[in-house]
Write a protein that binds this ligand. Structure first.
Ligand code: NDP
Length: 265
């Protein structure tokens, strides 16, 4: 059988750890696959590009997760519900779409016990799928965002939402940075006076940004809180995608030790 080819599509995509993660798992598990990266400029060409390159599966990162959703023939019910696809598998000419970001995130925060209330700082694309899965699992999610515009659809779905101007703080078990604040700058995801109020009451603080200690995590540590960055979320979404790519030939626990090596090399 021919080697199966996979890729990550995004723009930019040069920083992505996904090729290393998946190739380590292919090698470790003796699966005849190869995973590369592809900078896709026009999201509308996602489907055509996948077929032209002869790919059996792709992951999709910023800014193409909504285009990925549009490109699929068959959607997993959760991907359909949240309108975002980050994993596509090609089978007999049809494209099957999944969202592995949200279950990856859910697994990443599962180490924090007795958590009921969660404050999301940010209301972008990642917040959309993760807030939905958390709510399905029985968490109470409140969203606090810089601008009002992005909060509209959350409000319509029944989430409690605030901007910095109308925030009425409460006690939250987990405070999570879902923004890109701190990714390429030194900004906090919300005004410090708000954070200095909610962090001390939290059991732990989480950031979806990985590979660096953000100002949000630094501030959380200064309040002596347990913290966690986005590395496990990245790892776990990758493992779940790998399960789809290899048609569930390998279990989560079999894949994990190989893919995890990408975070230590
Ligand atoms: P979006 O562009 O969809 O949303 C960005 C959000 O961040 C908005 O709510 C925006 O607020 C807010 N924001 C941006 N800059 C600031 C700032 N300086 N201060 C306050 N709020 C700000 O991004 P995504 O949801 O796609 O990604 C969010 C983060 O998640 C990124 O850092 C990304 O790297 C990370 N991520 C991590 C993953 C992992 O596996 N660990 C997987 C996917 C994403 P506004 O509405 O006011 O503009």
């Amino acid at each position: 059988m021919a080697k199966k080819l996979f890729a990550i599509f995004g723009n930019p995509v040069s920083h992505s750890k996904s090729p290393l993660m998946h190739n380590l798992a292919f090698t470790g598990l003796n699966f005849d696959g190869c995973y590369t990266r592809y900078r896709l400029e026009e999201g509308e060409r996602l489907r055509e590009t996948l077929f032209t390159l002869g790919l059996k599966g792709i992951n999709i990162t910023v800014p193409h997760k909504e285009h990925a959703y549009e490109a699929c023939d068959i959607l997993d019910p959760f991907a359909q519900k949240v309108g975002a696809v980050n994993t596509i598998v090609e089978k007999e000419g049809k494209l099957y779409g999944y969202n592995t970001d949200a279950p990856g995130f859910l697994k990443a925060i599962s180490e924090f016990k007795e958590v009921k209330t969660v404050l999301f700082l940010g209301a972008g694309g990642t917040a959309q799928s993760t807030s939905s899965i958390l709510r399905d699992e029985g968490y109470e999610v409140t969203l606090l965002n810089r601008s009002a515009k992005r909060l509209e659809k959350y409000k319509a779905e029944g989430f409690k939402t605030y901007t910095f101007d109308d925030f009425v703080p409460s006690k939250y078990d987990l405070v999570i940075n879902m923004t890109s604040a701190g990714l390429e700058d030194d900004s906090l995801p919300a005004p410090q006076e708000i954070l200095d109020h909610v962090i001390p009451q939290a059991k732990a603080c989480v950031d979806v940004i990985y590979g660096k200690e953000t100002p949000f995590l630094k501030l959380s540590k200064s309040h002596h809180k347990p913290t966690k960055d986005g590395s496990d979320m990245l790892l776990y979404q990758g493992i779940i995608a790998f399960e789809y790519f290899t048609d569930h030939q390998f279990s989560f626990e079999e894949i994990k030790p190989y893919m995890q090596k990408a975070f230590t090399v």
